[in-house]
Design a protein around this ligand. Structure first.
Ligand SMILES: [Zn+2]
Length: 139
């Protein structure tokens, strides 16, 4: 059986994916086409004639939506940052997953299970107050 204190390979791998530093963000990038309301502008009639695209980053912070307008030139980079953020979220979930499996393995290990049984049977047994040998400063 594997040593319970050794970090499982899956946990190491999930952690390595997590710590790669990247510019990233939460929220989403939206792309809108607008009507201008100027008399005679075809945008009023035809959706294809609407103005844009107008890009903005939106993110919900404590219940309110925050947004930031972007230029068309900024949009591709912002999209990549949002995608990196979504990837990070997946990596976080994956990391939780492997760590919880590891935690389950720790609980289910024969030794831990035996301790749990002992604790149930033992009831109000006092915890052992074994003294650790003190190291003297003489040596
Ligand atoms: Zn218009």
């Amino acid at each position: 059986m594997a040593d319970m204190h050794e970090v499982p390979a899956a946990v190491r791998e999930a952690l390595a994916a997590l710590v790669e530093p990247r510019p990233m963000r939460r929220g989403s990038l939206s792309e809108r086409y607008m009507k201008c309301n100027k008399p005679g502008c075809p945008c009023a009639e035809r959706p294809q004639a609407r103005h844009g695209p107008y890009f903005s980053l939106t993110r919900s912070v404590e219940g309110s939506t925050r947004s930031r307008l972007l230029s068309s030139a900024q949009a591709p980079r912002a999209r990549a940052q949002v995608e990196a953020g979504q990837q990070f979220r997946k990596h976080v979930e994956a990391y939780w997953g492997v760590c919880e499996r590891w935690a389950d393995a720790q609980l289910d290990a024969p030794q831990a299970a035996a301790e749990t049984e002992a604790a149930k049977k033992g009831g109000s047994k006092k915890p052992s107050t074994r003294k650790s040998p003190r190291r003297s400063k003489r040596s």
